[in-house]
Design a protein around this ligand. Structure first.
Ligand SMILES: O=c1ccn([C@@H]2O[C@H](COP(=O)(O)OP(=O)(O)O[C@H]3O[C@H](CO)[C@@H](O)[C@H](O)[C@H]3O)[C@@H](O)[C@H]2O)c(=O)[nH]1
Ligand SMILES: [Mn+2]
Length: 728
C-alpha cells in the first residue's frame, strides 16, 4: 500500500534528451576511432608513433566515457515521509550511535571538532536514544579538554536549539551567520548563549595555542590524569572517558531534560603496531560503543562536517524502517557538501556534479558508494552480515549481559577493546568492520557491503544534511585527490576489482559506477598525452587530426562541442556558475596531470612492495594571507613542489608551441597553413587560455602564492628538453 511507505523514489526527468545526446556522442566516438585506425600514417617515423599514441589515448578516453554514462542513464531522487515514521514508531524508534573522527589538533582545531560534536548532539531525536563518540587519533589532551568543555556547554546549547528550533545546530555556524533576534526576551537568551560559546571557544583556542591545559582545569575531571605520564600522539595507552552518561539521572541539561551520552576515545597507539588510520579508528569505535550503547544504527561524520539539518536521523530511519524495502538497505549516504567554497569554485572542489548527478545515478543501480562521512550504517551489516531473504533486524537490541556495571567498569572494558593487540588474529579490518589497507577505506567497505547483497540509498534533502570544510589551497586539493584516485585505483587493481569481485553480485551498471572513480587515476596518462603531443605536433609540423576541409573533422568537432556543452549544462544544473565550470575544467586537467598521475605511480609502487599505504590528513586551517587569496579566487602555488613544476611545464610548453606554431603559420615557414592544423591550433589555444592563471602566477604576480622562480626555471628546462628531443 502506497500510504504505508516511508519513502518515495522518483525518476529524474530530462532522460530522453540526455539519451539522444549520449547516442549521438557515441556514434561520433566510433567515427573518430574508425578514422584513427584507418588513417595511420605510413612509414616508421615519429609521426606514426604519435598517431598510434593518439589512437591509444582516444580508445581509453572513449572507454572511460562509456563507463561514466552508466550512472547518467536513469538517476533517481528520494523523498521521505517523516510524519508517517513518527506516527508509526513513536516511542519505538531505535537507538543511534554517532561517531566523529579526528586525527590531529593542529590541522583539525579542537574548537572545530566540538562544534561538529555539538551539532550532532542536538539532533531532533530523543536524547536518551542518542550516543555520540569522538575518536581522537591525535590522542590529544587539547581535544579531550575541548570535549569536556562541550559537555558542559551542551547543557545550555541543546535546550536552546530545541526551544527555538534553530538551524544549523553547530554553534560556530549558527552564531557566525545568524542575525540578532528582535524579540527582547529571546535576544537576552541568545546573547547569553553566544557569550558562553565565545568564552568557551576562547578558552579552548588559547589552550590549543599554548599547547597545554591549565592545572586548575585539569583537576576538575579524572580524565585529564590519563595525560599525566607525558604520553605522545604515537605512543599511548587506550583512553575511554564517558563524559556524559545518558543513563545517569543526574546527567541533565539546564531544563532537566536527558542529555545524549558523550564519550571520548583515543585508541591505544604504539610505534610497533600499524594503526590503519581512519579505518582503525572506526573499528575501535564500533567495539567501544558495543559495550556502552550498542545501538543498531551507526552514523559517522568527519570532525569538520557539522550537521546542518536536524532531521537527518529521522530521514535516514525512514529508509531503514520502511516495511517493504527497508530490510535490504545496508546504508544511507548523504552527500559531502562544503560551506567554505568560493563563488566560482577556484579549485573545483564543490563536488556539485558528483553530488547531484553521479550519486543520484548510482542510487538507481544498487546504491551510492560509502563516502566516509555523513553515512548511516546498520551495525550488523558493517560487522559483516550477509543479506538473506526474510532477514529482519531486531531494532530493540541493546547491550548484552550485565547492565548494572559502574561507569568505571564499563570504561575499563571499553579500553580493553581499543588496544593495539585486540585485532591480532581476528577478522577485524577484513570481514568485520571497515576494511584496512586502502586509502579510501570507505569506498572499499561500501563495495564489500554491496557485494554481500545489500543496497544503499542516497539522500540529498533540499536543506543540506552536512556541511564540511573542503580544501582551500591547490596543494590540499592535489593531496586529497591523490589519496582518492590512488585509493580507488588500488581497489580496481586488487582482488576487489568491481568487475571481477562484483561479477554476479552487483549489476554491471553498478560496477561501471564504481569504475567512474576507480579509473580516475589512469585517466592521467591519456590526458598527459593529449595536452603535450598535439601541441608539440603543431610546433614541429606533425599533423594529428583531419584537416578542416576533410569531412572527418565533423565527428571531432561534434564530440568536443557537445561533450563540453553537456558538461556545462550538468554543472549549471548542479549549482555551479559558468566561471565555476571553467575553473573546474582547469582543475580537471591539473588534477589529472598531478594527483592522478601520482595516484598511478604510487599504486604501482605499492603493488611492487616499494611503499606503504598512507593517509595524509588534509589541513582544515590556512594562514591569513592564503585565506585572503582564496577568497579572491587567486590560485595558490607558493612552494616549489614537483606538482607545481608539472603544472608550469605543461602551461609553458603549450605557450611556446602556440607562439611558435602560429608564427610559423603566419610567416609561411614550413608550409603550414592554419586550416590544416585547425584542431591542433584550437586545442593548443584552449590550453593556453585555460592556463592563464598559471602564467600570471609565473610572470606577473609578486605575492607569496605565486610560482617560485626555481619552479619556473625547472619548467623552462623541461620545456627546452622537450623541444630538443625528437619525440615527435
Ligand atoms: O589516521 C587518521 C586519519 C584521518 N582520520 C580522520 O579521517 C577524516 C577524513 O580525513 P580528511 O583529511 O579530512 O580527508 P578527506 O579527504 O576530507 O576525507 C574524505 O576521504 C576519506 C577517504 O580518503 C574519507 O575517509 C572521508 O570520510 C572523506 O571525507 C577526518 O575526520 C580525520 O580526522 C582519522 O581519524 N585517523
Ligand atoms: Mn575532510
Amino acid at each position: 500500500m502506497e500510504e504505508r511507505r516511508l519513502f518515495a523514489t522518483e525518476q529524474v526527468g530530462g532522460r530522453a534528451v540526455y539519451r539522444f545526446h549520449a547516442v549521438t556522442v557515441f556514434v561520433g566516438i566510433c567515427l573518430v576511432l574508425y578514422y584513427r585506425a584507418t588513417h595511420v600514417p605510413a612509414g616508421s617515423g615519429a609521426g606514426r608513433a604519435a598517431w598510434l599514441g593518439m589512437l591509444a589515448a582516444e580508445l581509453w578516453l572513449a572507454f572511460y566515457w562509456v563507463i561514466t554514462q552508466a550512472v547518467r542513464w536513469s538517476p533517481v531522487r528520494r523523498r521521505t515521509f517523516k510524519d508517517r515514521l513518527a506516527a508509526r514508531y513513536g516511542e519505538r524508534l531505535p537507538c543511534v550511535d554517532i561517531f566523529v573522527c579526528t586525527a590531529d589538533p593542529k590541522s583539525e582545531p579542537p574548537s572545530l571538532v566540538i562544534a561538529t560534536v555539538l551539532s550532532v548532539m542536538a539532533y531532533n531525536y530523543p536524547a536518551e536514544k542518542l550516543s555520540v563518540y569522538l575518536s581522537d587519533d591525535g590522542g590529544s589532551i587539547l581535544t579531550f579538554y575541548a570535549l569536556w568543555e562541550a559537555s558542559a556547554f551542551a547543557q545550555h546549547w541543546l535546550p536552546f536549539c530545541k526551544r527555538y528550533n534553530i538551524q544549523p545546530r553547530s554553534p560556530a555556524a549558527y552564531f557566525s551567520d545568524s542575525e540578532k533576534p528582535h524579540d527582547l526576551h529571546i535576544l537576552k537568551e541568545w546573547s547569553f548563549i553566544k557569550g558562553l560559546y565565545e568564552a568557551m571557544t576562547e578558552r579552548i583556542d588559547s589552550a590549543a595555542m599554548s599547547g597545554e591545559v591549565p592545572e586548575q582545569i585539569r583537576v576538575k575531571h579524572k580524565g585529564f590524569s590519563e595525560w599525566n605520564t607525558g604520553i605522545t600522539s604515537k605512543d599511548h595507552q587506550p583512553i575511554v572517558q564517558i563524559l556524559i552518561n545518558g543513563k545517569d539521572s543526574n546527567a541533565v541539561d539546564s531544563e532537566a531534560n536527558v542529555l545524549p551520552t558523550l564519550v571520548y576515545m583515543a585508541r591505544e597507539k604504539r610505534p610497533q603496531y600499524h594503526h590503519n588510520f581512519k579505518a582503525g579508528a572506526m573499528n575501535a569505535l564500533i567495539r567501544v560503543s558495543s559495550v556502552i550503547s550498542n545501538s543498531p544504527i551507526i552514523m559517522n561524520v568527519d570532525c569538520d562536517m557539522y550537521s546542518n539539518n536536524s532531521d537527518s536521523i529521522i530521514d535516514a530511519l525512514c529508509f531503514f524502517l520502511d516495511e517493504e524495502k527497508g530490510q535490504k538497505i545496508g546504508f544511507v549516504q548523504y552527500p559531502q557538501n562544503y560551506n567554505n567554497m568560493t563563488k566560482n569554485n577556484i579549485y573545483g572542489n564543490s563536488l556539485n556534479v558528483i553530488n547531484q548527478v553521479e550519486l543520484s545515478g548510482l542510487d538507481s543501480v544498487g546504491g551510492p558508494l560509502y563516502i566516509g562521512t555523513g553515512c548511516f550504517h546498520r551495525r550488523e551489516i558493517l560487522c559483516g552480515r550477509r543479506f538473506a531473504e526474510g532477514y529482519k533486524e531486531d531494532w530493540d537490541r541493546r547491550i548484552k549481559g550485565k547492565t548494572q556495571q559502574s561507569i568505571d567498569q564499563i570504561e575499563e572494558t571499553a579500553k580493553s577493546l581499543a588496544t593495539c593487540a585486540y585485532e591480532q588474529n581476528t577478522q577485524w579490518g577484513n570481514e568485520i568492520g571497515v576494511k584496512y589497507g586502502c586509502p579510501v577505506e570507505d569506498v572499499i567497505t561500501g563495495l564489500a557491503i554491496h557485494c554481500r547483497g545489500w543496497e544503499s540509498v542516497y539522500m540529498n534533502p533540499p536543506r543540506a544534511a552536512f556541511l564540511g570544510v573542503g580544501p582551500t589551497t591547490l596543494a590540499q586539493t592535489i593531496l586529497q585527490h591523490k589519496r582518492w584516485s590512488e585509493g580507488n585505483f588500488s581497489i580496481f587493481l586488487s582482488k576487489y576489482c568491481p568487475f571481477f569481485f562484483g561479477h554476479g553480485k552487483i549489476s554491471l551498471r553498478h560496477q561501471m559506477g564504481y569504475l567512474t572513480y576507480g579509473l580516475w587515476a589512469p585517466n592521467s596518462l591519456p590526458t598527459l598525452y593529449y595536452v603535450t603531443i598535439p601541441s608539440l605536433g603543431l610546433l614541429k609540423g606533425t599533423l594529428l587530426f583531419p584537416e578542416i576541409t576533410s569531412r572527418w573533422i565533423i565527428p571531432f568537432i561534434y564530440i568536443s562541442l557537445v561533450k563540453n556543452v553537456y558538461s556545462l549544462y550538468e554543472a549549471l544544473l548542479s549549482g555551479d556558475t559558468l566561471r565555476g565550470w571553467w575553473n573546474g575544467q582547469r582543475m580537471w586537467m591539473v588534477k589529472r596531470i598531478t594527483s592522478y598521475l601520482y595516484g598511478v605511480i604510487d599504486t604501482i609502487r605499492k603493488l611492487l612492495g616499494l611503499s606503504m599505504m598512507g593517509f595524509v590528513v588534509t589541513s582544515k586551517v590556512s594562514d591569513e594571507d592564503e585565506s585572503k587569496r582564496y577568497e579572491q579566487e587567486i590560485m595558490e602555488f607558493g612552494t616549489s613542489s614537483p606538482e607545481h613544476v608539472i603544472i608550469s611545464t605543461i602551461a609553458l610548453l603549450n605557450l611556446v608551441c602556440m607562439v611558435g606554431g602560429l608564427s610559423q603559420t603566419m610567416t609561411g615557414v614550413g608550409h603550414m597553413p592554419l586550416n590544416v592544423f585547425f584542431i591542433q591550433v584550437i586545442l593548443c589555444g584552449l590550453l593556453v587560455i585555460i592556463n592563464i592563471p598559471v602564467y600570471e602566477a609565473m610572470f606577473l604576480r609578486k605575492d607569496r602564492g605565486s610560482i617560485p622562480l626555481s619552479v619556473t626555471l625547472a619548467a623552462t628546462g623541461f620545456v627546452t628538453f622537450a623541444l630538443m628531443v625528437p619525440i615527435i
